[in-house]
Design a protein around this ligand. Structure first.
Ligand code: FAD
Length: 410
């Protein structure tokens, strides 16, 4: 059995950022990153792939190119956790031992959670920006559609980047408006949530666009079935008077699938509510195992599941891992920051930034960038600043504008 100071399960946004940050803080630490994937994706870019702004290739790098030089990459699948023996079990039947474990496996997109969906994805007008290979199909459908009905759906929370289902819709509507065909296309948003967005401050600006694009908004409406060949989507809509089943014919259907914790986490002793890793929301340390941390989408915290959250979480986990290795108390704390750049039209974004409890956390003074209004500056950040900030800053452990908070010494 191989042994490392720190084992990181998952080499996505969270795993790589944490490894890089940790190795900067404590050079010489032996770190293993376990991930079978050959590619690493900048998923926030997929919204712009679906709108023809980015090419798919701009959102993809080889995994080997993002693994920190001083870390060991174990190209295997994590198949189990045995925290009582400080072991992680791998797909090839072997196991690795750790002093500290960081769980960063992301979440599972449950494409089979909607009847008939999996077999029709990528054809019959059915698409999703939540998959690298399908985001270009979204853009193809948008360009081809001249008339008819376009449906956009959002599953129950929690999901990663809760704004992404409506971002795809606004950017599609913008394109149809520019081409002069919007009047002939009926657009409908079906979301399981009771409102358009979880933080009330951003809703007025978004409602403005719902009106401008003449979108039929249905809350508490759940996509339950897709018949690709017949192009019919079935929804379950809940109201005070009960539940009704509604069938809608479509020409284009953009689906966001239900999302859960990965099976290997849900079925492990590390799982808490809903199957997510049970951690302290501030220190991100496991609630029962002192030598286990979790961050990113897999963590059972109430922040917005975003790469923006990971940017703030990684230094906190890195610092607390270093403290744990040195048998010191963990005192770096995460405030729940997350961000969701809502692309309301090509060139403008409503930049939602908020922490635990929906508390607004703007990065900029209001006179420069008011996140509750659509701004060109926020689009500029999304298109030109965030991708290099991700590849060259966050994934390499450069913590620009990120200072973890600290608990008072106990
Ligand atoms: P991931 O980056 O998904 O990484 C998980 C890693 O774990 C993967 O590399 C995977 O291969 C690996 N893995 C999985 N299972 C196993 C296993 N059993 N064993 C070993 N390895 C495994 N965020 C923003 O901040 N802003 C945005 O605008 C934004 N827009 C988005 C739009 C879309 C369409 C999508 C899909 C996401 C968006 N996000 C956005 C969310 C952001 O991409 C995620 O929150 C972020 O990637 C989470 O990082 P993570 O490391 O937790 O998970």
């Amino acid at each position: 059995t191989r042994r490392f100071d720190v084992v990181i399960a998952g080499g996505g946004a969270a795993g790589i950022s944490t490894a890089a940050s940790l190795l900067k803080r404590r050079p010489g630490t032996t770190v293993a990153i376990i991930d079978p994937a050959n590619e690493h994706y900048y998923q926030p870019g997929w919204t712009l792939v679906g709108a023809g702004v980015f090419t798919p290739e701009q959102t993809r790098r080889t995994e080997v190119s993002v693994i920190p030089k001083a870390a060991n990459w174990i190209r295997e699948t994590v198949t189990g956790f045995d925290p009582d023996h400080r072991q992680v079990l791998l797909g090839d039947g072997s196991s690795v031992e750790y002093s500290v474990l960081v769980v960063a496996l992301g979440l599972k997109l449950d494409w089979n959670g909607i009847e008939g969906l999996a077999e029709t994805l990528g054809k019959n007008g059915v698409t999703s920006n939540y998959r690298y290979d399908l985001a270009p199909y979204t853009w193809k459908l948008v360009q081809e559609l001249r008339q008819g009905t376009a449906l956009f759906t959002q599953p129950p929370m929690p999901i990663k980047c809760a704004g992404a289902p409506q971002k795809a819709m606004y950017l599609s509507c913008d394109e149809w408006t520019r081409r002069g065909v919007k009047g002939a296309i009926e657009v409908e948003f079906d979301t399981c949530t009771p409102g358009l967005f979880g933080v009330a401050d951003y809703v007025p600006a978004l409602m403005e666009y719902i009106r401008r694009y003449n979108i039929a908004l249905h809350t508490k409406s759940r996509l339950v079935k897709v018949d690709g060949a017949k192009r019919i989507a079935t929804f379950e809509r809940t109201s005070d008077t009960g539940t009704t089943i509604i069938e809608r014919a479509f020409d284009m259907l953009h689906v966001v699938p239900p999302q859960t914790a990965p099976d290997v986490v849900r079925e492990s002793v590390l799982a808490g509510d809903g199957g997510w890793v049970s951690v302290d929301p501030a220190t991100l340390r496991h609630t029962r195992y002192d030598d286990v941390f979790a961050l990113g989408d897999v963590a059972g915290t109430s922040n917005a599941k975003t790469a923006a959250a990971v940017r703030k979480q990684a230094p906190v986990v890195a610092e607390n891992v270093v403290a744990t290795l040195g048998a010191r108390a963990v005192n770096a704390i995460y405030d729940g920051y997350g961000a969701c750049p809502l692309t309301v039209e090509k060139g403008r974004i409503v930049l939602a930034e908020f922490a635990y409890g929906g508390k607004l956390m703007p990065s900029f003074p209001k006179w420069l960038l008011d996140g509750t209004k659509p701004t060109r500056l926020a689009w500029f950040l999304k298109e030109k600043v965030m991708p290099p900030l991700y590849w060259l800053g966050m994934l390499r452990g450069h913590e620009l504008m990120v200072k973890p908070g600290h608990k008072k010494a106990d």
